[in-house]
Design a protein around this ligand. Sequence first.
Ligand SMILES: [Zn+2]
Length: 211
Amino acid sequence: MLRDLLDSLRCPRAHEEAWLVAMVHRADGPYLIEADLACPSCGAEFVVAGGVAQFDTVTVLEQATSPDAMRVAALLHITDGAFPVLLAGVYAAAGARLADVVSGPQVWVNAPRDAAVPAAAYSAIEVTGRVPLGVETLAGAAIDAAHAAPDMLDSIVRAVRTGGRIMAPVDTPVPAGVKELARDAHEWVAEVTTRASGLVELRRRAPDAVG
Ligand SMILES: [Zn+2]
């Protein structure tokens, strides 16, 4: 299939229209030959094999023992952009493969020492308590159980841009300022909806981002 068809494809499962995130394994000019496609709404994954997008076979991505990069990319709905995605704790282990899906920068918080280094730009920081990032400086955040304490979570919510997504363990209370979008047996996914305090003087990046 043509890579450009990605813009038109939506998840065929029963929910609101959702774009698909692609991890390209092999391409030939404008054609995708081998790729994985994942839905940010329901976690369904489809494959492109031999140049054919196969929607007749669905695999629903589940959190395995180590975080799955496609699942993170899909649930956070992150795309290539200038704003980094925050990967806390064990999620940093998905950073290298995540870089194959989205080229945007990553911020690792308290990453495991053995986490593979991604091809994308990344920064590693080690903190306790609050994450030292400004308001609306992140595209999204994946938070593991070790980083879901209220102080840490609050500081991460503040740092994610309005409309950006956060995923956290399912037993973490959903904090104020975010709207829950989905949850499964492992995690919830929520969208940052309200401005964190301190945004009053923020300059938006572009006119089309206002409102
Ligand atoms: Zn879906």
